[in-house]
Ligand binder design. Structure first.
Ligand code: HEC
Ligand code: HEC
Ligand code: HEC
Ligand code: HEC
Ligand code: HEC
Ligand code: HEC
Ligand code: HEC
Ligand code: HEC
Ligand code: HEC
Ligand code: HEC
Ligand code: HEC
Length: 415
């Protein structure tokens, strides 16, 4: 939209009136700037009402020929200055109806609706006031590379947005150091996501409570998948993805394993961390893994040892009975050979989740363990009975010895 067009439309509707009596000319920008250009212009309470003329001229509105009263419409017909102290709040919707309609759906709008004192974002918090620039301008607050800084003014400041329960860690602030944050802000990678790629720009919703949020739990894979397309396809096909599609809310989504804002690359630290994530849900598998050689070595902090995802893959996890599974009998040897180059079919029969309590799983192991338990119990029982039976005898022997000692007179010399 062009301001010329707006003015032409206004002139057209005003044309019949004009013939009768010319309406008062709307104040020009210079009329306003006569007072407001002064950097020391203040309200009665001391707060500034100065407007930077140059910044306004180079803003998207100034450059499009906007006049002050296009926005400050209550002064459009004023010729008397000074004007009233209190003026109406500028209505962006008169020109940007669709952005305002989207914004009205957001958690920010809802928070502001609840309380006048809310610090939730309004148009000017993200865009500025008189210095608004189009998002594609590298100096714009909403430019792809600058947006995290704009959002984190509030979301990185616990005084503005207190952390929702839990420990006082500011989750979104971790973004700067995440692989996405570094790719965006340091490597200048335009394909790296900023806040709005995952949350949207205007209709930002509460991810915990609003199913329409792009990062509501069940929507997270699709949102990450807008960029990580191939991984989304693999995940959707896996046991976790197919169960999610069936409404099983207990399966992991991307952010359960990767976090939302502190995503890192495939570092050793992450390999160890992911173990705990799988194990948080698969407690028995973690316990049996811990008992194995791999688990024991892993517990010592050696990260090159096989962890869950090395055998099961990260995104193409299938039950062992599914022929596509990396741990299916036909594929197992190849999986072990990733690290044990010389492994044979026999080697791959080693059970990575050996469970001595599970007879169905491995009869031999179960029987061996049972034998060991019986042996142990037997040994304890034998020596236990032995000790119990021996006790009266040893008491009697002690009593006899004491008597003998007293009979000898001073009780000394015996020892
Ligand atoms: C004669 C000097 C003068 C002129 C001309 C003038 N203003 Fe002001 N304006 C002021 C002063 C002084 C204040 C501070 C009022 C107060 O004490 O709160 C102010 C306040 C404002 C405010 C803040 C109102 C609020 O609710 O806080 C706006 C917006 C504004 N002016 C816009 C304009 C526009 C647009 C024009 C041109 C149409 C204009 N002014 C012309 C002196 C002027
Ligand atoms: C694109 C719309 C727009 C245009 C054009 C515009 N303003 Fe504003 N102005 C605003 C908004 C938004 C505010 C913040 C207060 C509010 O929400 O009403 C504001 C606030 C002000 C204030 C109060 C001080 C402040 O910074 O909060 C003054 C004074 C003011 N404008 C003067 C001007 C003058 C003078 C011009 C022309 C040179 C102008 N404005 C052009 C939107 C606009
Ligand atoms: C002017 C400060 C401010 C700015 C800028 C801001 N927000 Fe917010 N935002 C808030 C406040 C305040 C809330 C309500 C927090 C609360 O009470 O839980 C909120 C709520 C949210 C929520 C809902 C979750 C929650 O904690 O309630 C999300 C998601 C969100 N903002 C994302 C963003 C994104 C993304 C940006 C940048 C595009 C952004 N915000 C910019 C202040 C801001
Ligand atoms: C939480 C931050 C935030 C708030 C609040 C916000 N915007 Fe935006 N706005 C953005 C971002 C980010 C973009 C850039 C979107 C993109 O690149 O796709 C944008 C883009 C725009 C655009 C350009 C549209 C386009 O397609 O490039 C307009 C116009 C706009 N906003 C107006 C508004 C208005 C009016 C409001 C108040 C109702 C508002 N915005 C509130 C962050 C915000
Ligand atoms: C009188 C109509 C009018 C009002 C009121 C108005 N704008 Fe604009 N706005 C425009 C026009 C015209 C453009 C330039 C569009 C273009 O060049 O494509 C624009 C451009 C923008 C852009 C840049 C869009 C882009 O291409 O990235 C943003 C952001 C924006 N406005 C935000 C706001 C905000 C925030 C408010 C309220 C404070 C507001 N506007 C009030 C008419 C208006
Ligand atoms: C790669 C996608 C992605 C990016 C980029 C991203 N977020 Fe998030 N964000 C999420 C997901 C997913 C959740 C939901 C986390 C959950 O439910 O545990 C979330 C949750 C949130 C919340 C809700 C409070 C919380 O911590 O749970 C806020 C606020 C938020 N993000 C703000 C931001 C801000 C600000 C940025 C930019 C600095 C940003 N996010 C960047 C995906 C992202
Ligand atoms: C069950 C846990 C889990 C889930 C769910 C998960 N991932 Fe992963 N992801 C991993 C593991 C484990 C790795 C590999 C770590 C390693 O081997 O160093 C990985 C690696 C990655 C990589 C890096 C590629 C590589 O091999 O280094 C990307 C990108 C990725 N995941 C994105 C996603 C996306 C997008 C989703 C959701 C569609 C997702 N992940 C779901 C556990 C998970
Ligand atoms: C806008 C596109 C985009 C979105 C959306 C996105 N990512 Fe990424 N992601 C990237 C890019 C680009 C990189 C590569 C950064 C680099 O290597 O410097 C990356 C890197 C990663 C990595 C590290 C890969 C490695 O090398 O080990 C992981 C893990 C990851 N993303 C997970 C996620 C998850 C989980 C989500 C959703 C919560 C998500 N991404 C959303 C673009 C995106
Ligand atoms: C050395 C490779 C290896 C490692 C490491 C490994 N697994 Fe397994 N996992 C297997 C094999 C092989 C099977 C199939 C066993 C079978 O057929 O009975 C399996 C089976 C499973 C099953 C299917 C249930 C079952 O008992 O059949 C789950 C769940 C599982 N593993 C989870 C995990 C988790 C969680 C971890 C990490 C704590 C992990 N695995 C580590 C190889 C491994
Ligand atoms: C948020 C919880 C959660 C996390 C984290 C998780 N899983 Fe799962 N997993 C599930 C659920 C739920 C199922 C499907 C229901 C079922 O079969 O028990 C499942 C199914 C499986 C199966 C098929 C089990 C079978 O009985 O056939 C394997 C194998 C598996 N997961 C391995 C892993 C591995 C490896 C990781 C880590 C990389 C992991 N899971 C992370 C919850 C989780
Ligand atoms: C990510 C790499 C990796 C994968 C995959 C892997 N292992 Fe291992 N494994 C190791 C490392 C490292 C050691 C310790 C070094 C050594 O002794 O070879 C080890 C040790 C072992 C040991 C004890 C020592 C030995 O060599 O006898 C057994 C048994 C074993 N692995 C079985 C398996 C089986 C079976 C599979 C496939 C289901 C498998 N591993 C998959 C890395 C791996």
């Amino acid at each position: 939209m062009r301001f010329g067009g707006v003015l032409a439309a206004l002139l057209l509707t005003a044309a019949p009136l004009q013939a009768a009596a010319p309406p008062p000319k709307p104040p020009a920008n210079d009329d306003c700037l006569a007072c407001h250009e002064d950097p020391s212009a203040k309200r009665a309470n001391g707060s500034s009402v100065a407007v930077d003329k140059a910044a306004f001229a180079s803003s998207v509105h100034g450059a499009a020929g906007a006049s002050c009263v296009d926005c400050h419409q209550d002064l459009a017909k004023t010729a008397d200055f000074p004007h009233p102290e209190k003026l109406a709040v500028v209505d962006c919707a008169s020109c940007h109806a669709s952005e305002v309609a989207d914004y009205e759906k957001s958690v920010h709008a809802a928070e502001r609706g609840k309380s006048k004192a809310s610090k939730a974002a309004w148009c000017t918090d993200c865009h500025g006031i008189h210095d608004i620039r189009p998002s594609k301008d590298p100096a714009s607050r909403t430019n792809h590379f600058n947006l995290p800084t704009t959002c984190l003014k509030c979301h990185g400041n616990l005084a503005v947005v207190p952390s929702a329960g839990g420990p006082p860690v500011n989750q979104p602030a971790l973004f700067h150091d995440s692989i996405h944050g570094r790719a965006l802000e340091r490597s200048g990678l335009k394909f790296a996501p900023n806040c709005s790629n995952c949350h949207g720009a205007h209709a930002i919703r509460n991810p915990k409570t609003d199913p329409e949020s792009a990062v509501f739990r069940t929507k997270i894979p699709a949102t990450c998948g807008t960029c990580h397309e191939k991984i989304l396809a693999e995940y959707s096909d896996s046991i976790h993805g197919t169960q999610l599609a069936k409404g099983n809310a207990k399966v992991p989504v991307c952010s359960d394993c990767h976090t939302a804002h502190a995503i890192t690359d495939s570092s050793d630290a992450r390999r160890l961390a992911i173990l705990h994530q799988c194990g948080g849900c698969h407690e028995t598998s973690l316990a049996t893994y811990r008992d194995t050689y791999h688990g024991q070595v892993n517990a010592m902090g050696f990260s090159r040892i096989a962890t869950c995802a090395d055998c099961h893959t990260a995104h193409q996890i299938h039950p062992a009975g599914d022929p596509r599974a990396s741990v299916a009998p036909a594929n197992r040897l190849r999986t072990c050979q990733k690290c044990h180059a010389g492994a044979t079919a026999n080697f791959s029969r080693y059970d990575p989740h050996a469970n001595t309590h599970d007879k169905g799983r491995s009869r031999l192991l179960w029987a061996t363990a049972l034998f060991m338990r019986i042996l142990l119990a037997g040994v304890f029982a034998f020596f236990g009975i032995h000790t119990v039976l021996w006790f009266p005898r040893s008491v009697k022997a002690r009593v006899d010895a004491n008597r003998k000692g007293r009979g000898a007179g001073d009780g000394r010399g015996e020892a």
